[in-house]
Design a protein around this ligand. Structure first.
Ligand code: HMG
Ligand code: MG
Length: 298
């Protein structure tokens, strides 16, 4: 019989992954209210925004206002792929930085305009310096299962890339099914390998939910020993450079499942739904939370 953790950490990625693919420009003050309400709900770790080219991802062009105006409780990440973004993150007071790279070259080229190797060569000295200076660095690994351009990705290539990041000293690896095509067998196998290979590094799973296998993949990763998950309030999300990818698994669905299985998250689901209500009128896709509200406090 498998064993499950007693506590799971949710890394809320709604303000970043959730909104980056959203066509409607969400006003900065609404994003700040959303983040504040997520913190009030008990979210301790969050991706707030990203420092990326405002031409490539206009929705994230207010990253500076977001990063400087939120309460820095717990780990509040800003995501970036390059030196310019890391410099901006530090100038604006970030203490925790998330860097990202794709395992497959074709995706990395579309996302960052570099090969995977070029990205890794740029990131190595920057990440090592961040670690030396006491910052918390999370490395986000995209296309860890499937690439929208190359198909299935070799798990050994994922482990090799993770090994490189770990050798630089990153404290966390967030390993992603970018286009939501992985199945629970693949999720268990990869996370079982990573948990055993990197016992001193936080291992986080990041699932998009394109084929509705996201929550099953989370359960498989839990069985493999993962106790950290990136999720997005309202199930928003997707990478603008990964065709066909849909939202992350909804935070409320994951928190609900975990609480029903007596696994704590420190998140208050009613307050979390209040955060979904803040963002819902500003996004183009409908968010379904009616059943949770019906059963509220029951
Ligand atoms: P480029 O055009 O090759 O680079 O883009 P560049 O150096 O010529 O820069 C273009 C412009 O952007 C310049 O401005 C730079 O200064 C500026 P201009 O001179 O034209 O006015 N710039 C920046 N501005 C702010 N912050 C920066 C930055 N860097 C350059 N950091 C670049 C290369 C990487 C910039 C571009 O490709 C880019 O911004 N890509 C970001 C793509 C992105 O945000 N994707 C989504 C996030 S990853 C993701 O969602 C996956 C994840 O969720 C896990 C998963 O699910 O797989 C994490
Ligand atoms: Mg993502």
């Amino acid at each position: 019989m498998y064993s499950l953790p007693k506590k799971v950490t949710i890394i809320e990625v709604g303000p970043r992954d959730g909104l980056q693919n959203e066509k409607n420009v969400v006003p900065t003050d609404v994003k700040l209210l959303f983040i504040e309400q997520l913190q009030k709900a008990g979210v301790e770790e969050m991706e707030l925004s990203s420092f990326v080219s405002p031409k490539w991802v206009p929705q994230m062009s207010d990253a500076k206002e977001i990063v400087t105006n939120v309460k820095k409780v717990g780990r509040q990440f800003v995501l970036t792929p390059n030196k310019k973004g890391i410099d901006l993150a530090l100038e604006n007071g970030a203490k925790s930085v998330a860097v990202f790279v794709g395992v497959s070259d074709s995706f990395n080229k579309k996302n960052i305009n570099k090969t995977t190797r070029e990205s890794m060569n740029e990131l190595k000295p920057l990440v090592e310096k961040l670690i030396e200076d006491g910052y918390f660095v999370r490395a986000c690994i995209s296309t860890a299962f499937y690439c929208p351009f190359e198909g299935a990705v070799d798990p050994e290539k994922v482990t090799e890339l993770c090994k490189e990041f770990v050798s630089w000293g990153v404290q966390e690896l967030s390993v992603a099914d970018t286009i939501g095509m992985a199945n629970p067998k693949e999720s268990y196998a990869l996370f079982h390998t990573l948990i055993n290979e990197f016992p001193h590094t936080l291992i986080t799973a990041h699932f998009h939910d394109t084929r509705k296998m996201g929550i099953a993949n989370i359960f498989a990763a839990l069985q493999a020993g993962v106790s950290r998950f990136d999720t997005s309030a309202g199930g928003l999300g997707g990478c603008p450079f990964a065709p066909g990818a849909t939202g992350n698994v909804a935070t409320e669905d994951v928190v609900n499942m975990l609480h029903k299985m007596d696994i704590t998250t420190n998140i208050d689901i009613d307050e979390l739904l209040n955060a979904v209500d803040i963002i819902s009128p500003y996004v183009s896709r409908p968010i379904e939370t009616g059943m949770y509200k019906l059963f509220k406090s029951k």
